[in-house]
Design a protein around this ligand. Structure first.
Ligand SMILES: *Cc1c(COP(=O)(O)O)cnc(C)c1O
Length: 420
């Protein structure tokens, strides 16, 4: 068979695949650490990390090794039977994050759905909310996934339009608005508050320093569950184990400093597998998780032995390679260097973020193609990033990057901007 070029492969997707994405035209065939290679052999720095799934770097040998070994031994039993990995993984992951229990799922959206179901059930059975009346508070411009229920409380017209009728039971408030949260909490039948500690898809919006702590305290006061969607922000991305840890200086593991706000329900996905396999999880303590009884929720693949082995390896890599510290230190350097470029080029309006989850806002209208054009030039210069919401470019490299590589990337961004 003739070797297919990038162009051939793009044509194939265009002809045979549903057009539900608009990828940057680059066709990747290999990845190692912070780098990926296209089918013509050109090397790039990956500055998206599959939306922060590949925090541990592409094809991390420890994670791939664990996956391969388990794939040759036992891949799936379903939860109709026990397997010899699940309990070991459950002990590991609950101790790692400090919760009594975990409910294993596969994708992020499934984990969000699971959290919503647990929250509602808890509200009826523990809080005494009348049946079918429970409401969950969410934030404007949220991104929690693509299921029918989740898009019901999105306000992105692309995500929502013509997918109705929508699931009721959600109240939307502005992000980072404590007064609005307090007002919503005073309404009847509130069960939970579902929030991203930093809004990633919306364009890396970092809330004010005390928002999460205040939100958690208000939820406590009102007997409402604080549900953190850390699918993108969690697992070292923002310089701490979880973004709800705020500014805590966790060395190997979160040290639970005063700023740490333990969510009542924690949702993880993406980097829980280092990008090797779909693994997601919902964590909570017994008084909440025990509302779920046999037969009331499940997943054929959730908690399979490959997922368990992969997740243990992926979390061990985070600890062993001190990815939290690296993300925190390199993040500071990156924003410092980007700030210099903001001052140098009119094209850049500002840089914001935490750890290695950052974004630059382009000085142009939201519907302009400038951010896309910059990403195309960055690609030509060997760095892959993707615009989010028109004029924002997210920069989120794997956390295994070193300072020298980061400075090389800063030079690529500088050179690219100088070409405009
Ligand atoms: C990616 C993401 C999801 C959805 O995860 P999928 O695995 O794509 O279903 C949910 N919430 C947040 C914050 C995310 O970034």
């Amino acid at each position: 068979m003739e070797k297919l070029t990038s162009n051939d492969l793009i044509q194939l997707e265009d002809k045979h695949g549903a057009h539900n994405y608009h990828p940057l035209p680059v066709v990747l065939k290999e990845g190692k650490g912070v780098h990926v290679w296209d089918v013509e052999g050109k090397r790039y720095y990956d500055f998206l990390s599959a939306y922060s799934a590949v925090n541990q770097g592409h094809c991390h040998p420890k994670i791939v090794g664990a996956m391969n070994a388990q794939a040759e031994t036992l891949t799936l039993t379903s939860r109709a039977f026990y397997n010899d990995v699940l309990g070991v993984y459950e002990k590991f992951v609950t101790e790692y994050f400090g919760f009594d229990k975990v409910l294993p799922m596969n994708t992020g959206a499934e984990a969000v759905e699971t959290a919503i179901k647990i929250c509602r059930k808890w509200a009826y059975e523990k809080k005494g909310i009348p049946e079918n009346e429970a409401k969950i508070i969410v934030c404007e411009n949220n991104f929690h996934g693509r299921t029918t229920t989740i898009i019901s409380f999105s306000n992105d017209p692309d995500a929502r339009k013509n997918f109705g009728p929508y699931t009721p039971g959600f109240i939307k408030i502005p992000y980072d608005d404590t007064a609005a949260l307090e007002a919503a909490l005073n309404e009847d039948n509130i069960a939970g508050f579902l929030v991203e500690p930093i809004q990633g898809e919306a364009g890396v919006y970092v809330p004010s320093e005390d928002f999460l702590a205040k939100a958690k305290a208000l939820c406590n006061e009102h007997g409402v569950l604080f549900i953190a969607d850390e699918i993108q922000t969690g697992i070292a991305r923002t310089g701490s184990l979880l973004a709800v840890c705020g500014t805590c200086n966790c060395e190997n593991k979160c040290e639970r400093q005063a700023t740490y706000q333990e969510p009542d329900i924690l949702i993880l996905g993406k980097a829980l597998s280092g990008g090797a396999y779909p693994v997601s999880a919902v964590l909570a303590n017994d008084e909440i998780m025990n509302v779920i009884k046999p037969g009331q929720h499940g997943s054929t693949f959730g908690g399979n032995p490959v997922a368990g082995k992969v997740a243990i390896a992926a979390l061990e890599v985070v600890t062993e390679e001190r990815l939290m510290n690296n993300a925190r230190e390199l993040g500071e350097t990156f924003r410092f260097e980007m700030q210099k470029l903001v001052e140098k080029y009119d094209l850049l309006k500002l840089v914001r973020g935490r750890g290695l989850l950052n974004a630059v806002v382009i000085n142009d209208s939201e519907d302009s193609s400038t951010a896309w054009d910059i990403c195309m030039k960055l690609r030509d210069n060997g760095l892959l990033a993707k615009p989010t919401h028109g004029n924002i470019i997210r920069f989120a490299p794997p956390l295994v990057m070193n300072k020298e590589q980061l400075m090389e990337c800063v030079a690529i961004i500088d050179k690219t901007l100088s070409e405009f």
